[in-house]
Design a protein around this ligand. Sequence first.
Ligand SMILES: NC(=O)c1ccc[n+]([C@@H]2O[C@H](COP(=O)([O-])OP(=O)(O)OC[C@H]3O[C@@H](n4cnc5c(N)ncnc54)[C@H](OP(=O)(O)O)[C@@H]3O)[C@@H](O)[C@H]2O)c1
Length: 380
Amino acid sequence: MATARIVSLKALVHGVSVSRWTPLSRVLRLRSRPLYSAVRDYSAAISPPSKAVVYDQHGSPDVVTRVTELPPVEINDNDVCVRMLAAPINPSDINRIEGVYPVRPPLPAVGGYEGVGEVHAIGSAVKGLSPGDWVIPSPPSSGTWQTYVVKEQSVWQKVDKSTPMEYAATVIVNPLTALRMLEDFIALKSGDTIVQNGATSIVGQCVIQLARLRGIHSINIIRDRAGSDEAKAHLKQLGADEVYTESQLEVKNVRGLLGNIPEPVLGFNCVGGNAASLILKFLKQGGTMVTYGGMSKKPITVSTSAFIFKELTLTGFWLQRWMSSDKAEERQSMIDYLLGLCRDGKLKYELEVAPFDDFHTALEKAMGKRGRQPKQVLKF
Ligand SMILES: NC(=O)c1ccc[n+]([C@@H]2O[C@H](COP(=O)([O-])OP(=O)(O)OC[C@H]3O[C@@H](n4cnc5c(N)ncnc54)[C@H](OP(=O)(O)O)[C@@H]3O)[C@@H](O)[C@H]2O)c1
């Protein structure tokens, strides 16, 4: 939580009492005062100052975010100070800053939700982690877009340092969503088929590869846009059985396109509007559509017959809810499994590593303001 970013800096800020739970707003006000005058008298360990992406109000992220330096924070006995290495800009990070995500950190806040870092310093009671180890916040938590994060040991999961950094930074929000959605709704078996829209998203690319590893076919729908032929070729290379643009599916009987591929029993929708209707058309009698995103911002329209005669089930998935359930061990082993696949080259997705110094360019790309761009991963 951004408010937990603390400065127990009584001695440092000229008699202003600042505790572990001092809100970031107060911390930010204190930034304007000289910080280091009494450092020599202060015995507790403190972090280095942190360069952070901060927003004080909700709104368009390119307007309301600023990069600023936050003062050092105290490293308590159970705390780990992590020097962040990389963190992605996900659609949900943008929604949190816009103020439209259901769970948001109190303002002002530091952006970002997942990422990877290197342990910089540990509190005296910390066991099992040492400076130099790589860690990810698991479950993810707000405030990863900054150079140093101090949080309790329980927040951090150690990861293998041979994992490519950009994959360690992005393993939870999207790959874990893909894995859980393949597990949680239908007992899929080898030879079954799934259908999804938004197939070029990181979740979509992971669904294709994780399904393929289990012998599950995937039918993929992408939007009509420049570069759609390259996108189709890329998804097929990842293991997609079929990839269609929405306009290619303007036919009476979409299931007639499937040839020998069995009708899909499960569909994943992260777009809404027409792209969701296409999933419903593809699904087999009694099939299930799981909605996990709404990239087009258009509602889902369902025909009466889809419920009565086709007996479709419509449901949703939210990783944050799954994360908050008591499944820490399962979560850890699933993340290790995914990271292993990344190291073995069996799970890959399109990423662009962007220097943190050029944060606002990466942000504009992530917001779609510079044409279609790969997922932006900030490198600190
Ligand atoms: N429920 C959950 O727990 C959960 C967890 C993770 C992610 N998500 C959601 O899953 C979705 C994908 O996330 P991601 O990080 O994997 O995505 P991403 O890699 O950032 O890619 C964005 C995707 O959205 C498509 N897109 C963007 N604007 C669109 C529009 N106006 N109409 C139709 N498609 C559009 C893009 O298609 P192009 O390739 O054509 O640009 C691309 O496929 C997001 O909605 C995200 O919030 C939900």
